[in-house]
Design a protein around this ligand. Structure first.
Ligand code: HEC
Ligand SMILES: [Cu+2]
Length: 427
């Protein structure tokens, strides 16, 4: 049957349009370079997974070209050219031809074997650190919580008790296998650093793990990859890989209790009226300046800010207790015992806050501390953290019976500035 003229034109236009959009999609290539691109692999685990992807694409691509070629040939060659063709008997059928049938079975098995062998090898390889490297592997624990990540370092014991804990930024040694034990404190999350390794789920009541390795020092984006509630899309983290020496220095610094800035509380910090900020929902939390050289910017963050105001910082520290921030957060060596929220002992030395959502600077800290719900709607700092059957109140107090929320913690602009100055001083 021939298509009537108008729909043939529409068909051609449609074909031209899809070709043009495919070409512009492929031509841009930018999708291949983004911070979460799996094509720009930076370590052996991600590389072996990409290799499996390419093998599969090549094998299925060849099958596609052969099948589509034969189909196109048959469609053109045997098409009905006129009215009598359209009513003609079909040509002789070759159903049951043993050569063709066995040949196709053999070809399919061959194609599957080509895909299966490297796939199985990659599954084995990516499952755990290779035996020969086990002794050299570094071990960390990652825990998913709605909606942030806790990282702890079991081999980095602290002087008095416990071991090093941090949040949302996982610092690892470069060029060394890192084994990550995956846990969750609530629902299922999934740990994914696209440039370093494929995603692996963090499951309730079941230990899981993965390993990865960064070939070079670098700054990598990570993301929760399993829907876990309303802020899932903004449950991010960063991985910073450092040379052995830098890594050792970082660990030594992190083990220290919180930094204290010499203070006198008699100065009048609240005379400083910080410029007020207006917060637009979904306003970008990230700057291009930062993105140009994130690793260098991370390194800068390890040093005290240039314009520190000791009186303001001291005031912030006082507010940190008075406003009950300490019930959820810990600043080791200062105040706080909370473990239901990110450890803030060295928060000033991190490049992100709020689960990797905002770049860590004065304005963003203030924005977060004054109105966390505006930044990350429904987050647990705002609605409170569930603790067994009860809830640790946050900026809102939840009525146990009705679930109704009433305001609890209120931070005004100058209090926000003091708290931000304090937290930024925690290097
Ligand atoms: C009810 C417990 C709770 C209270 C009280 C609380 N927070 Fe939080 N805080 C959290 C949780 C949970 C997060 C992680 C939120 C997220 O990213 O989804 C958080 C995140 C933060 C972060 C970002 C840390 C990071 O690494 O991402 C800062 C800074 C912070 N809180 C400061 C404060 C300050 C200042 C106060 C007091 C005014 C306070 N918090 C009170 C629970 C609390
Ligand atoms: Cu999650």
């Amino acid at each position: 049957m021939r298509l009537p003229a108008p729909s043939r034109i529409a068909f051609r236009q449609l074909a031209a349009l899809s070709l043009a959009s495919l070409a512009s999609f492929l031509g841009g290539w930018s999708w291949i370079e983004g911070p979460q691109s799996t094509f720009d692999t930076q370590g052996p685990v991600a590389k072996s997974q990409l290799d499996v992807f390419y093998t599969t694409v090549w094998v299925t691509g060849i099958i596609f070209v052969v099948v589509a070629g034969v189909l196109t040939y048959a469609t053109l060659k045997f098409r009905a050219r006129n009215e009598s063709d359209a009513h003609a008997e079909p040509p002789a059928q070759s159903h049951g031809n043993p050569f063709i049938e066995l040949g196709l079975i053999a070809a399919s098995v061959f194609a599957l074997v080509i895909i299966a062998v490297p796939t199985l090898r990659a599954i084995w390889y990516t499952y755990d650190v290779p035996e020969a490297e086990k002794a050299n592997a570094y071990e960390v624990n990652a825990t998913g919580l709605q909606w942030w990540f806790r990282f702890d370092y079991p081999s980095e014991g602290l002087d008095n008790s416990g071991h090093l804990v941090t949040g949302n930024e996982l610092v690892i040694p470069a060029n060394r296998p890192v084994r990550i034990n995956l846990r969750t404190a609530d629902v299922i999350h999934s740990f994914w650093v696209p440039k370093l390794a494929g995603k692996v789920d963090m499951l309730p009541n079941r230990g899981n793990h993965l390993w990865l390795q960064a070939d070079q020092p670098g700054y990598f984006w990570g993301q929760c990859a399993e829907f876990c509630g309303e802020d899932h899309a903004v449950m991010r983290f960063r991985v910073i890989a450092l040379e052995a020496k830098d890594f050792a220095e970082w660990v030594a610094q992190q083990k220290q209790p919180a930094r204290t800035v010499a203070t006198n509380l008699t100065a009048e910090p609240l005379r400083i009226q910080p410029a007020s900020l207006t917060f637009k929902r979904n306003a970008p939390g990230w700057s291009q300046e930062f993105d140009l050289n994130p690793l260098e910017n991370w390194k800068q963050k390890q040093f005290p800010e240039k314009d520190e105001n000791p009186a303001l910082i001291a005031h912030g520290r006082k507010l940190f207790q008075e406003k009950s921030c300490i019930s959820c957060h810990t600043v080791r060596g200062h105040e706080g015992v909370g473990t239901t929220a990110p450890d803030l002992t060295h928060v000033g030395a991190r490049t992100t806050i709020a689960g990797g959502l905002l770049e860590n600077n004065e304005a963003n800290l203030r924005r977060w501390i004054i109105d966390p719900n505006n930044v990350k709607p429904g987050n647990k700092m705002y609605v409170g953290v569930p603790l067994g059957a009860s809830v640790m109140p946050g900026y809102m107090l939840r009525d146990a019976k009705t679930g109704h929320l009433t305001p609890n913690i209120k931070i005004d602009n100058s209090e926000g500035a003091a708290l931000a100055a304090y937290l930024l001083s925690l290097k």
